[in-house]
Design a protein around this ligand. Structure first.
Ligand code: ARG
Length: 288
């Protein structure tokens, strides 16, 4: 693991520097699924290559480091039991979208992942959620990112645009659809990072012109990330409003975050990148 910065309480940079004041964290609640059965045995996105060997033991180590980073920051992490035969189940963000006592259960685009919906629905029911199912494909927090009370919803590769209205009805949230156009960035969480209730970062080339217009209208101070960072899934991050847990290889984005007053914490999830996922993909947030 690389920690870019020591986790320091409220270190405010000296005045006169170009750095924004320090940000405020809020305690979060996450669910994660260990990559016990993780392999790349099918290819459903351009990052996956079935010829590349996967070191499952290393994947487990890297994943456990991520889990400990959250715990050390004071966040709660629940464990979902992994199931044999569902190698992508480690990407817990895709299991659904959780807010209050409502769980919108995923409906996966590819049959290889369909069984995960049952596994996540079972866990959600046991955790006390009221489960809601959509008729159209939705891949949970892979494509559904909450910014304040605005739910940003990706479409174009996985989540069906028609699921957006179903999700708005189930959650009462305002949904903003954003079209993805580059297959490398097939889920919204590969191209857009939520940093706090009103701040995002994104990779403009991953979005249609209309989506870019919407993003700039909604977020005047959005951070634009460059290709080198986007291509290591640098935007696939989890932020508590202050600490941004992120792929350690995205060093340019880490600098941008520091300048904006955030504290980047880099983790190496190289094995999980072989499946086309990183920090955010492995983390399902339980919104209050
Ligand atoms: N192999 C998985 C897939 O293609 C990766 C999912 C990554 N998850 C995410 N939230 N982007 O479906």
């Amino acid at each position: 693991m690389t920690i870019f910065d020591e986790v320091m309480p409220d270190a405010v940079p000296a005045s006169g520097t170009a750095v924004s004041p320090a940000r405020t964290m809020t305690i979060r609640h996450y669910a994660m699924t260990a990559p016990e059965h993780f392999t790349v045995e099918y290819a459903i996105n351009p990052w996956m290559d079935t010829a590349t060997p996967v070191d499952t033991a290393l994947a487990l180590d890297q994943w456990d480091t991520l889990r400990r980073v959250y715990a050390d920051l004071g966040h709660t992490v629940d464990s979902v039991t992994p199931r044999r035969g569902l190698p992508d189940m480690v990407y817990a963000a895709n299991g659904g979208f959780l807010v209050g006592d409502t769980a919108v259960v995923a409906r996966f685009a590819y049959p290889q992942r369909a069984g995960e919906a049952d596994a996540y629905a079972e866990w959600m029911t046991a955790a006390g959620y009221r489960t809601v199912f959509t008729h159209h494909v939705n891949e949970g927090q892979g494509d559904l990112l909450l910014v304040g009370s605005n739910l940003l919803a990706g479409y174009g590769f996985r989540t069906d645009r028609r699921a957006h209205a179903e999700i708005a009805a189930a959650t009462g949230l305002d949904v903003t659809g954003l079209e993805l156009i580059d297959p490398r960035f097939y889920h919204l969480d590969t191209a857009l990072a939520v940093l706090d209730d009103s701040t995002i970062a994104y990779y403009p080339p991953a979005f249609s012109d209309d989506a870019r217009r919407r993003i700039t209208e909604l977020f005047g101070d959005a951070i634009e990330v460059g290709s080198a960072d986007a291509y290591v899934l640098g935007l696939n991050v989890v932020s508590d409003g202050r600490h941004v847990v992120m792929p350690s290889a995205a060093t340019g984005f880490a600098d941008q975050l520091r300048r904006a007053g955030f504290e980047p914490i880099g983790v190496d999830l190289s094995e999980l990148l072989k499946g086309g996922g990183s920090v955010k993909c492995c983390t399902l947030e339980r919104y209050p």
